[in-house]
Design a protein around this ligand. Sequence first.
Ligand SMILES: [Zn+2]
Length: 191
Amino acid sequence: MSGERGLDHPLRPAAEADLDRLIPHIERLSGLWSHWRGVVLVRDVAYPFSGQKHGWCGISLREDVLLDATLRWRTMIHEGLHSVSGAFSPGRPDPMSRRWEEAIVEQMQRLLRQRVLRAAGVEMDDEVFLSADNEHGYNLFIRALEAHRRRQGAEIEAFYLGLLRADAAGRAGMLVAATRALRVQRWQELL
Ligand SMILES: [Zn+2]
């Protein structure tokens, strides 16, 4: 069982140590506190997600992801950003809020990863991350956010940090126009 082996998995100590190394830089660069409690559960390949931040503030990472340097670092930063997100819900948020959370955190991961990694002493050429970026499941939502941001003329990092920092109600207000942009984006991609 992936859940039961998670705590005594041989990859766990190094995964916790690496995440622990990244979190202070994620906090510094985002200006937000992490709710991560220092626990990583390592899941087997049957686990449906590369990583997952839990409501109890632990983080699950899948073993095949931990064994691939590119996926390991991008997933750790992504999950670390969920742990500072002001709107992350420990319960079951509605599917739309959850998708926006994924898009905001994923875009923030792309914006901050080089600075987080360099500060933690990890050298990774950004090129190696691009294929995972291009295949990411929430790119449609990221494109809708980008369309909305460009229309507002907002600076990219300030825009996503604002969304990351906002609580659920504040974020919902900020996303009204992005939801319209999402509808347009869907139409354009169908044509
Ligand atoms: Zn996520």
